[in-house]
Structure formats: structure tokens, C-alpha cells
Design a protein around this ligand. Structure first.
Ligand code: TXD
Length: 315
């Protein structure tokens, strides 16, 4: 039985997700948006491309949650993106209201789905989504670490002139300026990164990774990154739908791991057909631990701000 993936938000990332999922024939696609013309138009456009590539996949566009019923996977991009000069945190109030509506829409129509949240500010929005929807914490996860890691790996591949696929790495912590790229967990052609790059060049790449989103927003002038975010979310979908049990950096619910309780933050997790199946607890040196804890405090502070905006989040 072919799977069903609902995309809540048919904007830049949502439309790209619909196209990528179709090209990979991962599942049938429901594109949902309050602007239902956009959802319907993009679904129809991609559907009309399927004969060219011989793709066996169905797509519909809608603004009715009934059409999303019993989805296997739900990917949420509903919300507004940043404009130049804005931080991800500036989106909190607007996107919190939107995610509350989305949680109401999905919690009874697809209670068994694997939910991937992309909307910013990611760590707090995914946490709010889980609290509003009361869906199981292992079935609600945020996409950010795969994107941040991909940016880090790309910049390293350009600097070291090695194919990006020969680089293994990860980025921990919140999806913001305090994210923690992990040089000690980075291998280039199997060798430790620290043997291959001067500290000054590495620091520049870490800084560029942290500001990777803002760099693209400045260049685009309207909207934010969407190709790499969409590809990152598809990596998570693929591991879930095909039970690949990949270890992927995602914003996951922590309840004791890394000394963190009842908070979402970016850590390596195993994703299989049960959702987030395991949190991988890395051993961190003093500096990594300090940087990770700083990132956690940043997420905690923003969630405190979210609870001031909506006291329902205190429940
Ligand atoms: O790594 C990450 N997690 C980030 C996330 C990477 C890049 C972008 N990041 C965030 O994703 C970005 O800051 C935004 O918060 C979301 C979506 O970005 P996108 O670029 O796709 O935004 P668009 O193109 O504005 O699309 C958002 C769509 C738009 O079509 C709205 O009509 C729709 O969301 N929308 C809704 N859909 C359903 N339900 C409701 N309530 C709703 N409100 C708006």
C-alpha cells in the first residue's frame, strides 16, 4: 500500500518537497495550504509532470484537513519565513499562532503519523507543536540539523577541495546562531578534520554555517532557503518510510539525555519506522559541552518567551 505524505504549507519549501517526493516516488502527496489555490496549482503542475518521468504518484491540493486524514507522514512548513535583517526568533509570535492551528488540524485526523516540523524558530515551534497536538514525542521531530550539517560539509568541501560525500560530520544544538558544528566528529576521507585545516579557516567556516540561512536570505531578497531544507526533510522521510534506521541530526525531544529534560534540541537520533527510535548520546569535551549548554539555554529562553505569548504552553 503506497504511503501518504501530507505537506502543511505549499510555499517555497512545501512545493519543493512535493516535487522531490514525487520524483523519488516515496508516497502520494497531499499539499495543504490556507492559500488553497497555491496548493491546488502546485499539485496539478507536478502531477502534469509525472507522465514525462513516468512517475506513479498521485498529488492533490487542498485547504481541508479531511483530505489529509490518516497520513503516514506530515511535514509542516506553514508559517512565515524571515526577511533580511530578521532573526528566526522574530518569527515566534506569528508562527506560534499558525502552528497551534496546524496542531488542531492534524491531531485527530492523523494521530499515528510521523510529523516533521520545519517552521521557524524551529526548536521552539516543534516543541509547541508537540505540546499543542499531544502527539507522542518520538513521532514529532524538527528538521534543522541535517540542513546545518549539510551547509557545514559543503563549506568544508569547497575549502578542502574534496567531494562533499567524502565528509562525515554533524551539527548539534538549536537551529540558530548558537548551533554547534562538531569538528571533533568530522572526518574527511576518513581522516580527522583537525589534522587538515587551520583553526582560523575552520572558525570562518563555523561562523558561515551559523549564518548560512541569513546569507541566502540576503541574496534572494525575498524568502529564505528552500532546496536544501526540502532535501534535508526528505532524508528524514526516507529513513522513516523505508525503516533505514539512519543516524541523523534532528531536533528531538530530550528527557534526560545530554542532561536536558523536556526540551527539543538538535542531537543525533536513529529514525526508523517507529519514528525517533533512539537518541545517540555523544561524549562531549568541555568546550563542546559549554557550547551545547549555551545553545540549550537559548532554546529554553525562547520557549519561556513562547509561554508568555501563549500560556496554554504551560500545560
Ligand atoms: O532548517 C529549517 N528548519 C529552516 C526553516 C530552513 C528554511 C526555512 N525555515 C522556515 O520554514 C521558514 O522560516 C518558515 O517559517 C518555514 C517555511 O518557509 P517557506 O520558505 O516555505 O515559506 P513560504 O514560501 O512563505 O511558505 C509558507 C506557507 C505559505 O504558502 C502560507 O500560505 C502557508 O505556509 N501557511 C499555512 N499553511 C497551512 N496552515 C496555515 N495556518 C498557514 N499559514 C500560512
Amino acid at each position: 500500500m503506497r504511503k501518504k505524505i501530507t505537506l502543511i504549507g505549499a510555499g517555497q519549501i512545501g512545493g519543493t518537497l512535493a516535487h522531490l517526493i514525487s520524483i523519488k516516488e516515496l508516497a502520494d502527496v497531499v499539499l495543504f495550504d490556507v492559500a488553497d489555490g497555491v496548493a491546488k496549482g502546485k499539485a496539478l503542475d507536478i502531477a502534469q509532470s509525472t507522465s514525462i518521468d513516468g512517475l506513479n504518484v498521485n498529488l492533490i491540493g487542498t485547504n481541508n484537513y479531511e483530505d489529509t486524514k490518516n497520513s503516514d507522514v506530515i511535514i509542516i512548513t506553514a508559517g512565515v519565513p524571515r526577511k533580511t535583517g530578521m532573526t528566526r526568533d522574530d518569527l515566534l509570535e506569528t508562527n506560534l499562532k499558525i502552528i497551534k492551528k496546524v496542531a488542531e488540524g492534524i491531531k485527530n485526523t492523523s494521530p499515528n503519523s510521523f510529523v516533521i516540523c520545519i517552521t521557524n524558530p524551529l526548536d521552539v515551534i516543534v516543541m509547541a507543536l508537540q505540546k499543542y497536538s499531544k502527539l507522542p514525542t518520538n513521532k514529532v521531530v524538527g528538521m534543522a540539523g541535517i540542513l546545518d550539517t549539510s551547509r557545514f560539509k559543503y563549506f568544508l568541501s569547497q575549502e578542502l577541495k574534496v567531494p562533499v560525500k567524502n565528509i562525515e560530520s554533524l551539527v548539534l544544538g538549536g537551529h540558530g546562531d548558537t548551533m554547534v558544528p562538531m569538528p571533533n566528529y568530522t572526518k574527511v576521507n576518513g581522516k580527522s578534520l583537525n589534522e587538515l585545516i587551520e583553526k582560523e579557516k575552520l572558525d570562518k567556516i563555523i561562523d558561515r554555517t551559523r549564518k548560512g540561512g541569513a546569507e541566502i536570505i540576503k541574496l534572494l531578497e525575498k524568502g529564505s532557503a528552500f532546496y536544501a531544507p526540502a532535501a534535508s526533510a526528505v532524508e528524514m522521510v526516507n529513513s522513516y518510510i523505508n525503516n533505514l534506521k539512519k543516524t541523523l541530526p534532528c531536533a528531538a525531544h530530550l528527557n534526560g539525555a545530554y542532561g536536558v529534560k523536556d526540551l527539543y534540541a538538535g542531537v543525533p537520533v536513529i529514525i526508523g519506522n517507529k519514528g525517533v527510535e533512539k537518541i545517540i548520546e555523544l561524549s562531549l569535551d568541555k568546550s563542546e559541552k559549554n557550547n551545547f549548554n549555551l545553545s540549550i539555554e537559548t532554546v529554553k529562553d525562547l520557549f519561556a518567551a513562547a509561554k508568555k505569548i501563549d500560556p496554554d504552553l504551560n500545560n
